[in-house]
Write a protein that binds this ligand. Sequence first.
Ligand SMILES: [Mn+2]
Length: 341
Amino acid sequence: MHLSTHNWMRAEPLEVTLRRIKKFGYESIEISGEPTMYKTKETRALLKEYGIKCWGAVTLTLGERNLAAKNEGQRARSVQYVKDVLTMVSELEGKIITLVPATVGKVVPDGTEEEEWKWVVDATKECFVHAKKVGVKIAVEPLNRFETYLFNRSAQALALADAVSPEVGVCLDAFHLNIEEDDMYDAIRLAGKRLFDFHIADNNRFACGLGQLNWKKIIGTLQEIGYKGAVTNEFVAPADRTPAVMYRNMIDRNPVDIPPEQLKFIQDHGSSILTEEFYTDQMRITAQTILPLIGKKVPAAVSAGGRIVKPSKLVAPAKKAGARKTAAKSAPAKKPAGKKK
Ligand SMILES: [Mn+2]
């Protein structure tokens, strides 16, 4: 196993991401599934320069993208999108794509169970033909029910994989497993050798170590099934807009260059444009929690940040008189700021 990360959660040049993650002991990246954003030749050179491998890409199933769409044209365009992501990964020498079949945020079906199953299976089969051609594997990822109505559990993702080919697998995500499975460890065991990818964030979707998931047991279960792939960081920090905000300097107030669809995608996940400082620390904390568990050396740049402090321990704004007045722009208030009359 090795530590990997997504990069869709913050709009920044890839080079900034690579420089940061290299120093924190990440070995690969699961790049945003936006083939028009990356010139593969240059991106491949950049990855080599920083010594970071492309593990794969995650499909960003947003907007009109939907392999289970009722509209045939829309399905065909969605298949083409997935093929483009597969081609991009192949050109970046990556191994997998994580496939989210239905639109993220769409929680209402378009047709009957039978109709939708046929649409999504047929569309995924088309993608699989291309995947074989370019030598990249497909891993179907279930999300929690508030993000999609179609695939929420390991067994459901496996059902699609089985309907397409024994060579298709699944990608499981600790955040979603924790919401949807009656036993997340059994869900991992169920996937077994068909587990091609594993995403990690804590139960509150902050960095691993900042919530209540049992990372030792999760990683132990991955070891138990003989999983050898990436554990891919995918924290999506919830933007706190209330006086109870726990982090100082979490939300970036400066305008950044971000395509409107990507901003909407991030906001639909309850997050926002995060400051580099906050984002960097979440990346560091993930490494601090996970690297020792997968038997990797913890780089000095990770340890330098000190021990992990859970967000709720940073500050308890309600208990601190005066904190409320200033919390919106500068919490946590270790000493209650603003004792104005
Ligand atoms: Mn995920």
